[in-house]
Design a protein around this ligand. Structure first.
Ligand code: ARE
Ligand code: CA
Length: 588
């Protein structure tokens, strides 16, 4: 038994309150080693004749990544507290694992040996807004979605789509344009829009804010924005804005004041200035986003800055009824600030969604007191490498994704922001070298995965583009130039996800099979009465795939793509096209 591989630690993804009554417990062991794992647990204060009273239940193997198996159990402790340990079985060997190490038998004379989940305090339970689980996001880069009003065009605006985007050119996209295309978005079926920044700024991307309380005049004014939010709400579409609080723009008046007055500026402590006078070359002598002198880092520990930014956070929720904040460069801002941000913003509107932009492992921000979710770039990485780039085979992909799933609690996974690309990455068309079946299959995976999918504007009609700024082309509105077939494909996937909740988050996800020879993949979702079987053939040949699970509890199934209803046979085999996928929904 490889004891070194066994790991558990309380109060993170290994044990957490799923809701106010339920604890989820996970443990890790060497891949393929343990035959069985049990959870030994009890209330710390229940004793009988000097012996602690415990229960023992089997844990299920919930998945595996490259090196480890993960085991899972769900418990509702009567008095909301628990001490616990694990019993692990391999061949003849049985071992008990506790906080104090390994034992041959469970020590029952002192609960101090065990792991401790002290108490489920409701206020500590991670809880994202309910609506998020059922949201299908659409990301809009406002400068490039549609130009509905030429009167607000910035100087030197170029004709729509007349040339490729550069870091500095403008095409005049605005709110009016978005409003004119809400029917299009409704037809596609999305029900949440994430806007990259809309506040007054200098650049075309608006990540260099000048005034956080003003709409950038090139997009419209507060009245148009209000109307846009209202129109979206009428159609059941939620609105999320981008909060760029890590840094301001160069032309933010407080920074201009520091540039002008140096050490005498009353705003000098609004930033992180290492020495006066300010210098930009060769690198700025003040902290910035990356080494971008145009983006001075804000001092979010300064009470004045804090108040200013918290007011911004509240203002747009209160006055404009927005539904979510996406937090730019969220991991470079201090945790204390985000805790206050969450409290203050949620006090105005309880079910505001708070999404941090973090590309890396993010557990510290997802404990329930900071963010509801992060942009799930680890998901993006695995998904693109397998489906689009063929840099991974089925097994490595399934292990990569299972690693991501096991890095977070289930309630976090249910609202995770799963994207295939954004304004910061090359478009999926380019990544997949324009291979349409691969792209369609990848979208099918995204739309059947737990969490909440996001479509980057134009990906649904096959828009192309390399790394920023290439990925920020003007949206194509000419029907003849859109990939209408792809649009219908995405629309159908969204429709399925909305029609069958098991396609979204109503079911436990499990990877069943990943075969490197045929490069196929089977995963499933299961709830009390249904089982969704997803089969993906990521090879250039049609495949007949044997289903290795017991389907006897189910009397019928629907092929969600063709809507055919059938009765499952014994030893069921499924036919798949090259790069094809099947969604089969079994019902009891
Ligand atoms: C410009 C150039 C880029 C250049 C960049 C950095 O166009 O080619 O790479 O400068 O010098 C905004 C604009 C960008 C602009 C940038 C600076 O949209 O066009 O880029 O400002 O002027 C990291 C951060 C993450 C950040 C990405 C871009 O952790 O927060 O880099 N994303 C947000 C927004 C951006 C925005 C900004 C931040 C700044 O979404 O659009 O840029 O407000 C690895 C790393 C990550 C890294 C990621 C991507 O995974 O570990 O930390 O993300 O790669 O590079
Ligand atoms: Ca315009």
């Amino acid at each position: 038994m490889l004891k070194e591989a066994i790991f558990h630690r309380p109060k993170n993804e290994f044990v957490y309150a799923y809701d106010e009554k339920t604890l989820h417990i996970r443990i890790r062991s060497k891949k393929g080693e343990m035959e069985k794992v049990s959870l030994i647990y009890g209330d710390p204060y229940e004793w009988n004749n000097g012996k602690w009273i415990t229960k023992k239940i089997p844990m299920v193997k919930s998945g595996q990544d490259t090196l480890f198996d993960y085991w899972f159990a769900s418990v509702q402790p009567e008095f909301r507290r628990m001490r616990y340990g694990f019993e692990l079985f391999e061949g003849e060997e049985t071992i008990v694992y506790t906080e104090k190490g390994f034992f041959r038998e469970a020590p029952l004379d002192d609960t101090a040996y065990y792991f401790c989940f002290p108490f489920i305090n409701p206020v500590d339970v991670f809880k994202a807004p309910d609506w998020v689980k059922n949201t299908i996001w659409y990301q809009i880069f406002p400068e490039r979605f549609a130009n509905g009003d030429p009167n607000n065009d910035p100087k030197d605006t170029l004709p729509w789509g007349s040339t490729d985007p550069t870091p500095t050119n403008f095409f005049g996209g605005d709110f009016e344009g978005i409003m004119q295309h809400l029917d299009y978005l409704e037809e596609l079926g999305i029900n949440g829009i994430y806007f990259t920044p809309i506040f007054k700024a200098y650049s075309n991307h608006k990540y260099d804010t000048i005034d956080y309380f003003e709409i950038d005049p090139q997009f419209g004014d507060k009245k148009t924005f209000k109307k846009l939010v209202e129109e979206c709400h009428k159609r059941g579409i939620k609105i999320m804005l981008d909060a760029v609080f890590n840094h301001s723009g160069y032309y933010f008046p407080p920074f201009q004041d520091v540039l002008k007055n140096g050490e005498k500026s009353k705003y000098k402590d609004w930033f992180h200035i290492r020495e006066f006078p300010l210098k930009m070359e060769p690198i700025p002598n003040y902290d910035t986003f990356a080494f971008t002198s145009q983006m001075p880092k804000l001092n979010t520990e300064n009470p004045e800055v804090k108040k200013y930014l918290l007011d911004v956070g509240k203002y747009w929720v209160k006055e404009f009824d927005i539904d979510g904040w996406r937090l730019d460069v969220a991991n470079e801002v201090d945790h204390a600030f985000w805790r206050e941000f969450r409290k203050e913003v949620k006090a105005i509107k309880e079910d505001v969604y708070i999404l941090g932009e973090i590309w890396h492992d993010s557990m510290p921000w997802l404990q329930g007191d900071e963010f509801d979710a992060v942009m799930n770039y680890p998901f993006t990485y695995g998904t693109l490498n397998f489906f689009a780039k063929d840099e991974m085979k089925a097994k490595e992909f399934s292990e990569t994704i299972q690693h991501v799933i096991h890095s977070y609690p289930q309630n976090v996974n249910e609202v995770s922001f799963n994207l295939l690309g954004s304004h910061d990455t090359p478009r999926i068309q380019n990544v997949a070298k324009f291979h349409q079946p691969k792209i369609k299959q990848m979208l099918a995976f995204q739309m059947s995965f737990i969490g909440t999918p996001c479509i980057y504007y134009g990906d649904e009609i096959g828009m192309t583009g390399k790394q920023d700024p290439g990925c920020r082309k003007c949206m194509i509105w000419d029907r003849d130039k859109q990939n209408v077939e792809l649009f219908q494909h995405v629309k159908k996937l969204i429709h399925l996800r909305k029609t069958y909740p098991i396609m979204a988050n109503d079911g436990t996800l499990k990877f069943v099979e990943a075969n490197d020879e045929t490069n196929h993949l089977i995963y499933m979702k299961e709830n009390k009465s249904e089982l969704l079987l997803c089969v993906m053939n990521h090879s250039d040949k049609p495949l007949e795939i044997q289903i290795p699970i017991d389907l006897s509890p189910y009397s019928a199934y629907i092929d969600l793509w063709t809507e055919e209803r059938k009765v499952p046979g014994h030893n069921m085999k499924v036919q798949t096209d090259a790069y094809g996928f099947r969604f089969l929904l079994f019902q009891k």
